[in-house]
Design a protein around this ligand. Structure first.
Ligand code: FAD
Length: 407
């Protein structure tokens, strides 16, 4: 039976909500209730490629990413819960001068911080990734600490570790609204009754914007479609080969079940208003864009010729949330105490989930946040992007340049 009260209620059992549950309970907040309208990890999270990538030239993003990578490296040992983290490393490939300079900047960011990052030759790249055919004039940065997790495992492991620490989880419970008294949240309305609470963490993925709209909040984030595909096994593809990321064309290619998993950005970006779907819509029912898939395959095939004849065994797609500056939205909104909005993770919610969960625990614990929270504030856009049209256009643009931007 759904409890009638909890100190903190988390709405959404994707990777962000479950990370919040883990970090809250790990920090000693045991009276935490996590609810999801479906099963745990049934939204965009299980569709992800699960790649991590911490090396950034932006100081904030670097510090944030460093916490995340250290967290993934140690989580299993700390909690006994498996996240299937394979630290394969990654190759960041730049074809043109503009983005070759970006690689220099990344190398510089790592230098002096004891991060073992280096430029490698095309021949070495071919040895590491035998099916990869790099162009002669490209530059390639090897980042050994990158890797990938099984995304559903991560949300499941966060949930299990949170339950080990006292959290309660109720699935098939839909939050329908909040109870607000004198500018402070005091409860969550659900299809199974009201839960009295002091804190609500809103981590409802693609549904976050619409949920907030009924509270009178215009969150600057929209869901944008992202797609990837997986092939049947291909000779010479191995689980330990590094991820290959191309700054241009924006593509990633990694091992999956003996085949290749391929995704990319800038291909027909499309945002959604969740009110346009029927009430019981599930992410797994999101329609495919076959042209996008074909474009991905054509581009990736130039560097991975074996993709040409490969059979596609799985398509992945979902609705990650994007903000107008590409950063997370993570704070209490001005004028409404007790609500922590946790959204706009971009196509990086798995990767960013540790740092985001830690920030939630700091806010609820009313401690000084571990990292400057200003850049993530819900209210940072002021009056900008207030109309749906301008917001959607900007978020599609940000998504379309995911690998070009630094944030
Ligand atoms: C093809 C693809 C590849 C990707 N690759 C990567 C990658 O390599 N690395 C990476 O870091 N990220 C990647 N991502 C992005 C990543 O999947 C997302 O950033 C992340 O999963 C979003 O997590 P979330 O918790 O915000 O949302 P979700 O996983 O969608 O979770 C939200 C949850 O909220 C629940 N919910 C919604 N409304 C309510 C309500 N009213 N009441 C109760 N519950 C509610 C939903 O049921 C859902 O379970 C990829 C995404 C896709 C689609």
């Amino acid at each position: 039976m759904l409890p009638s009260s909890a100190n903190t209620v988390i709405i959404g059992g994707g990777v962000l909500g479950t990370s919040a549950a883990f970090h809250l309970t790990d920090a000693g907040h045991s009276d935490v209730l996590l609810i999801d309208q479906g099963p745990i990890a049934s939204g965009t999270t299980p569709q992800a490629a699960g790649q991590t990538g911490y090396l950034n030239t932006d100081e904030f993003a670097f510090k944030f990413g460093q916490y995340c990578i250290e967290f993934f490296e140690t989580f299993e040992q700390r909690t006994g819960r498996a996240i299937d983290f394979r630290q394969s490393g990654s190759l960041r490939v730049a074809l043109t001068e503009k983005y070759q300079n970006d690689l220099d900047a990344r190398l510089q960011a790592a230098t002096g911080r004891d991060h073992d990052v280096e430029f490698i030759s095309a021949d070495r790249a071919k040895t590491l990734v035998p099916t990869f055919n790099p162009p002669d004039d490209c530059r390639i940065l090897l980042i050994p600490r990158d890797g990938y997790v099984e995304p559903k495992s991560v949300a499941v492991a966060y949930t299990a570790a949170a339950c080990d620490r006292g959290a309660t989880v109720h699935t098939r419970v839909e939050a329908t609204g909040l109870v607000i008294n004198n500018g402070r949240v005091t409860g969550v309305k659900t299809n199974d009754g009201v839960v009295e609470t002091q804190w609500v963490v809103l981590a409802a993925g693609a549904w976050t914007r619409n949920f907030a709209q009924q509270l009178g909040l215009n969150l600057r984030t929209v869901p944008v479609r992202h797609q990837a595909f997986v092939t049947a096994p291909i000779t010479d593809v191995t689980p330990d080969q590094p991820i290959v990321r191309f700054t241009e064309p924006q593509l990633y290619v990694r091992h999956e079940a003996g085949g290749l998993l391929v995704g990319g950005y800038g291909y027909r970006p499309l945002s959604f208003d969740m009110n346009d779907f029927h009430r019981k819509f599930e992410i797994s029912a999101l329609e495919a864009d076959p042209v996008y898939y074909q474009q991905l395959r054509d581009q990736a095939g130039k560097f991975f010729p074996s993709l040409g004849g490969a059979t596609i065994t799985q398509e992945r797609r979902g609705l990650p949330t994007i903000s107008p500056d590409g950063r997370l939205i993570l704070s209490e909104p001005g004028g409404l105490r007790g609500l922590v909005v946790l959204s706009a993770c971009g196509v990086g919610g798995i990767d960013r989930s540790p740092g985001a969960g830690r920030m939630v625990a700091d806010i609820v614990g009313e401690r000084t946040p571990w990292i400057d929270p200003g850049v993530l504030s819900v209210d940072r856009f002021g009056d900008n992007f207030a109309s749906d049209a301008s917001l959607r256009a900007q978020c599609e643009e940000i998504y379309a340049h995911h690998y070009h931007e630094i944030y």
